[in-house]
Ligand binder design. Structure first.
Ligand SMILES: Cc1ncc(COP(=O)(O)O)c(C=O)c1O
Length: 388
């Protein structure tokens, strides 16, 4: 049996939906982007949703809109996808890495406080794998030091902190529609913000800095006149082809989210006695969205183990699963040890020890709504019969 780590799931509705912009001839940002944005706001409770080309560009343009520029420092967790740091770096600002809490995989806000100086302008908490960051602590820190907050909610679809969907706490929330995410448009991203002025600015920035969108101009009274461009901007527009797929998926958003949570609960139950594979952390005040189901491989009683030897054992376990047709992945990167960042900022693995441990010892198991019962049973059976 072959069980991939992730699998897309497009229904007949998405196949039908994609034809509509093609038939209309309007394929760039237009009515389907608006429809997708409206459904996103309805599901997440966001005041404004702005579709863009990816979560990476969402973070970049959000920080840009908040005035982050060359010379500024932005705190990011060291354990995250490289894009979180890249978005800061691409603006000429400095990503300042912060270690994570090894249980939640999210930023350790107590450690973040020690990194703040006069140059620190923003913090980007990541709701990693779908588990919300401690937003009370993040917002308290940001408010007391006058920092902007951009939530990296790439994995945050269906994730709630104290009953509120993530992406609604900071100045902006940024979501991803990459194929490993619960809602996918191939590539794509969404920004949520409660601020009316940020909403207008982000709509302009994603569209070359234009004063009106192409769709508004084409359907307005004077389509033959070009708009003004009062500011420097990007082309971060989502196409209507992508948005039509996203919009169709939003009609079954709750069932997609529930299905992921159900499979996660089944893994929790099946693996609760597999001591060497610690299942994802649960927190009383938040609801995990399970973009990924990331476990920690640890054959010792605590974390004071030899990391290299544990990493070797983790890799042997992954190799065994791969040999049996089951794909897994490390949770994500320890970004500070990726070549670019390690060299540029002279960083070492043990500068952010928990991030390094998480990178070297985590394992993401297959989880997606169309994982069949047979496939699930097969994965669990292979894990349980693994000889350490
Ligand atoms: C935590 C995190 N941030 C940012 C991104 C970037 O998202 P995108 O691929 O949509 O740019 C990802 C994608 O995997 C992610 O997991």
């Amino acid at each position: 049996m072959i069980v991939p780590v992730s699998r897309t799931d497009f229904t007949e509705k998405e196949f039908e939906a994609i034809k509509k912009p093609l038939e209309s001839g309007w394929v760039v940002q237009g009515p389907y982007v608006k429809e997708f944005e409206d459904k996103w706001s309805a599901f997440t409770g966001a005041v404004n949703s702005i579709a863009v080309t990816s979560c990476t560009t969402a973070i970049q343009v959000s920080l840009h809109a908040l005035g982050i520029k060359h010379g500024d420092e932005v705190i990011v967790p060291a354990f995250t996808w490289v894009a979180t740091a890249n978005a800061v770096e691409c603006l000429g600002a400095k990503p300042v890495f912060c270690d994570i809490d090894i249980d939640t995989f999210n930023i350790d806000t107590a450690k973040a406080e020690r990194l703040i100086n006069a140059k620190t302008k923003a913090i980007v908490p990541v709701h990693l794998f779908g588990l919300p960051s401690d937003m009370d602590a993040v917002m308290a820190l940001a408010n007391s030091h006058n920092l902007k907050v951009v939530e990296d909610a790439a994995c945050g679809f269906g994730s709630y902190y104290k009953g509120i969907h993530v992406g609604n706490f900071g100045d902006m929330g940024c979501f991803s529609f990459h194929p490993r995410k619960a809602i996918t448009t191939g590539e794509g991203g969404m920004i949520t913000t409660a601020s009316g002025s940020m909403n207008s600015l982000l709509r302009s920035l994603r569209d070359h800095g234009s004063s009106v969108s192409d769709f508004q101009r084409h359907h307005g009274p004077k389509p033959y006149l070009l708009p003004d461009f009062p500011r420097l901007g990007y082309n971060f527009r989502m196409t209507d082809i992508q948005a039509a797929i996203g919009s169709a998926q939003m009609d079954r958003a709750s069932s997609i989210s529930d299905a992921r949570k159900k499979i996660a609960a089944k893994y929790d139950e099946e693996l609760k006695n597999t001591g060497w594979l610690k299942t994802p952390c649960k927190q009383y005040n938040s609801e995990h969205g399970y973009q990924s189901y990331v476990c920690m491989f640890n054959t010792e009683d605590n974390l004071s183990f030899d990391i290299d030897s544990m990493n070797l054992k983790r890799n042997n376990f992954m190799e065994y699963l791969q040999y049996n047709g089951i794909s897994t992945r490390p949770g994500t990167h320890a970004v500070h040890i990726l070549d670019y960042y390690a060299k540029k900022y002279d960083l070492k693995s043990d500068d952010f020890m928990n991030a390094s441990i998480a990178y070297l010892c985590s394992v993401a198991l297959p989880l997606y709504p169309n994982l069949t019962d047979d496939e699930f049973g097969y994965v669990v059976e292979k894990i349980k019969s693994y000889k350490l």
